[in-house]
Design a binder for this molecule. Sequence first.
Ligand code: NDP
Length: 329
Amino acid sequence: MSGTFKAILIARDADKKQSAEITELSETDLMEGDVTVSVEYTTVNYKDGLAITGKAPVVRRFPMVPGVDFAGTVLASSHPDFTIGDKVVLNGWGVGETHHGAYARRARVKGDWLIPLPAGLTERDAMALGTAGYTAMLCVMALERHGISPDRGPLVVTGAAGGVGTVAIALLSRLGYRVVASTGRTEEADFLKELGAAEIVARDELSGPAKPLAKERWAGGVDAVGSHTLANVLSMTSYGGAVAACGLAGGIDLPASVAPFILRGVSLLGIDSVMAPKTLRLEAWRRLASEIDHGKLAALSRTIGFDDIIDTANAIVEGKVRGRVVVEV
Ligand code: NDP
């Protein structure tokens, strides 16, 4: 385990201007942790795009190896749950934000942050799903806990052609929901229908200022966009419905009224993947492994090399990445 390995490092200069470049690190550069992992696959999520471009303050310690999730093999461990050779997955916990992350061939992390690679998934599958897919499943589970079921009516998925969106469509359609996909890329309509969308709604229909209440169109949904889009989704949710809000691709604000909550009993379900407790993570990953359609997962993901991460990070914040991107490290 000697020598150096490839990594992306984000640095900040005296004027707080951020830059990201590929460099070589050694194990002594890694942070504290009780498990060292050979990172074999990672991915580019929207949050990684924000981190690398510096468009939002995702990185809070410099210099930082970004990358919020990986799959790999344990190289060394003093944690009771993991031994050399174990296949593991990591999402969140501040990795890639305050603790060196996935965009390096080695990672040293807390064993408490790791979960075993779920049975039924390869390492590549795990990163084709990645944080976006795991978050989509957290949304599905939150809707279910609220009592939403396919007989209640359709569900809308916003940011449909993105990572959370594509996995959410595949999962919800498999569970028997009629899925309405909202996208700014209507040229992807056929692709979204192949994943399981029954109906396509143009992004513009939901991106203007929302009325307090609008015609009831769905029993709820998965929102990756925020801002006016989430406000419109809420205003169009039928009596007693629920919307799982996980994203801000369209904005962090929520220019909505309380009307859907107090006049239709609609619920807004907040979804956080980063600090989600381990029992919830294990359940989400177990369900992903058993419920994702592998043909659809292949259709919604593609593989890039390590040297393509920075370009892809720029593309994802511009809304130009379709589905999921897996990085072979
Ligand atoms: P992607 O970039 O893959 O997907 C986002 C999608 O949102 C795009 O594909 C696009 O879909 C749509 N979109 C992009 N820009 C705009 C815009 N300006 N207005 C309206 N729609 C837009 O990102 P991810 O799927 O990785 O993440 C989605 C969101 O979820 C992000 O905000 C991310 O930060 C958040 N997230 C939150 C997590 C949590 O723990 N809460 C975990 C994971 C992700 P289309 O082209 O179809 O319109």
